[in-house]
Design a protein around this ligand. Structure first.
Ligand SMILES: *[C@@H]1O[C@H](CO)[C@@H](O)[C@H](O)[C@H]1NC(C)=O
Ligand SMILES: *[C@@H]1O[C@H](CO)[C@@H](O)[C@H](O)[C@H]1NC(C)=O
Ligand SMILES: *[C@@H]1O[C@H](CO)[C@@H](O)[C@H](O)[C@H]1NC(C)=O
Ligand SMILES: *[C@@H]1O[C@H](CO)[C@@H](O)[C@H](O)[C@H]1NC(C)=O
Length: 221
């Protein structure tokens, strides 16, 4: 990582944490590429449309493996307790969503020790109860995330392209700066020579004048 990238990253992170600490909710899309044997966060965020209204929510997850045709319930989270309901995921799912609250807006879960069999589509479901002063309102949100399990992490084309563009622009700027410097140096030194020539001519003029003066004085004497 270069200094420029680090600077940007810290600026963006700073802005984001400022937003999040204000309680602002941002629905970020989940990653979709998991690496085998690694961990993977299945992201699922559902913001309340009215952030100030008190609410409570439960989150459920389903999974449809690649090649299957039906979703199977794998996980539910309610009253701050998570339960794995599918033997393929026993001891492999952890809650990564909103903590210490029943007012869930982040329903993400974390898969430990990913296998190729985890390839497929996940469905995330929020069941939310909004508590207004005189009534309750029930809403739900469903999101689908299709993940691909790979042997090794690959980089997206956009990320590679943006890095190339970064180097091109940095090198371009440096070259431009160099050209500008050479140009200015030559201009200044040319101006300097001109000035030298002028002052030399002036010097000669003065000395010849003073010679004349001297001559004048000598004559007078
Ligand atoms: C998500 O869960 C994993 C496994 O328990 C843990 O290592 C990681 O720190 C958690 N991340 C967040 C943001 O809670
Ligand atoms: C992950 O699973 C593989 C088999 O799928 C197993 O060989 C390995 O020991 C597991 N690693 C951990 C850290 O559980
Ligand atoms: C993946 O699924 C196949 C077929 O269902 C099974 O035989 C195999 O043991 C599974 N592998 C892992 C690592 O769970
Ligand atoms: C989710 O909400 C819609 C209305 O927005 C409703 O028609 C549907 O039945 C709800 N689904 C469940 C499972 O409650």
């Amino acid at each position: 990582m270069s200094a420029v990238q680090l600077l940007w990253a810290s600026l963006v992170l700073g802005a984001m944490s400022a937003l999040l600490s204000d309680g602002a909710c941002v629905e970020v899309d989940s990653d979709t590429e998991a690496v085998v044997h690694g961990g993977f966060k299945l992201g699922c965020i559902s913001c309340k449309m009215r952030g100030e209204v008190e609410a409570s929510a439960t989150v459920d997850w389903w999974f449809m493996a690649k090649g299957e045709e039906d979703f199977t319930h794998i996980y539910s989270y309610a009253d701050m307790v998570g339960t794995v309901t599918d033997e393929r995921f026993v001891d492999r799912l952890d809650w990564n969503g909103s903590k210490k609250t029943v007012d869930l807006q982040d329903g993400s879960i974390y898969i430990l020790n990913v296998t190729f069999n985890d390839t497929g589509t996940y469905r995330c479901y929020f069941d939310r109860m909004l508590n207004f002063e005189h009534y309750e309102y029930r809403t739900n949100t469903t999101k689908f995330i299709t993940i691909n399990v790979v042997a090794k992490a690959t980089r997206g084309m956009a990320s590679i392209l943006s890095e190339v563009m970064m180097y091109v622009s940095i090198i371009g700027l440096q070259l431009w700066l160099l050209v500008e410097m050479v140009y200015c140096y030559r201009k200044i030194s040319a101006a300097g020579e001109e000035a030298l020539r002028e002052s030399a001519a002036e010097y000669l003029a003065i000395t010849s004048e003073s010679k004349d003066n001297c001559a004048g004085v000598a004559v007078a004497e």
